[in-house]
Design a protein around this ligand. Structure first.
Ligand SMILES: *[C@@H]1O[C@H](CO)[C@@H](O)[C@H](O)[C@H]1NC(C)=O
Length: 237
């Protein structure tokens, strides 16, 4: 669920839609000699991504996708042409393309590539693993509740945001660049396409304010958590 769950991973979206033409040329091996030592940015970022419990998320999505009509309707909306165009629009913003390009270059310079994001792709099997799964689903709200319990939004932020324990210069630069994307997010959401898709998701029962709060917190666009009485995420605790 790109816009809800793996929202979390707008990052992964950005990468999934990146065009090969944006990829930086690979540096000849000789170039590294005599320059600054290779950073371990690729390993650092991989370490962050691997904190996302993708197996648990896959099981949750599978149970809902196979058994829950409300969730199925949301997935159809997420896969609709307007939603696809919306995500393309987001991915094509100049600031987003610049971030992709920077990310790709830094990963290549540290011996990695954008492939480290492949880990976030969900592979959903078409049969229930356990028959009782069909009894456990509880509408889109049930999914949101369970997703909030599984996805470690605070941990991921703490691993990216500079702090006493997060001192990596390149992770800090990535964080700075993510924080700087806020105006892009707001611009695209306010567009006609953005309004159409968010209205449709809301109509289908998605807690748009809650999803928005999580996205904003994840990328440092707000420091407010979603535990305030004004939203529905208090069940998180
Ligand atoms: C969140 O808090 C940090 C540290 O105090 C601050 O640097 C940053 O500007 C704040 N972000 C927002 C969106 O208020």
């Amino acid at each position: 669920m790109r816009s809800i769950g793996c929202a979390c991973l707008v990052l992964s979206c950005l990468v999934a839609y990146s065009s090969p033409a944006l990829l930086a040329p690979i540096q000849p091996a000789g170039r590294a000699v005599g320059t600054a030592p290779a950073s371990n940015f690729a390993l650092e970022l991989k370490g962050v991504i691997r904190q996302i419990p993708i197996g648990d998320i896959e099981k949750l999505v599978q149970a809902y996708l196979l058994n829950d009509p409300e969730f199925q309707a949301v997935i159809r909306a997420v896969n609709s042409l307007p939603a696809y165009r919306f995500i393309r629009q987001l991915a094509n913003q100049p600031e987003v393309r610049q971030l992709q390009q920077w990310l790709s270059q830094q990963l290549i310079l540290s011996g990695g590539s954008l492939k480290i994001f492949d880990y976030l792709e969900l592979e959903i099997k078409v049969f229930n693993k356990y028959p009782f799964w069909s009894q456990l689903v509880n509408g889109i709200q049930g999914f949101e509740t369970e997703f909030a319990q599984v996805y470690p939004v605070e941990l991921i932020r703490s691993l990216l945001e500079p702090s006493a324990t997060q001192t990596s210069p390149l992770l800090s630069e990535l964080w700075r660049r993510l924080v700087a994307l806020r105006p892009v997010y707001e611009r695209v959401l306010a567009s006609a396409q953005g309004k159409a898709i968010t209205n449709e998701l809301q109509r289908l029962g998605v807690n748009i304010n809650g999803v928005d709060a999580i996205i904003r917190y994840q990328f440092g666009w707000t420091n407010a958590t979603w535990t305030t009485p004004s939203n529905n995420y208090d069940y998180y605790y």
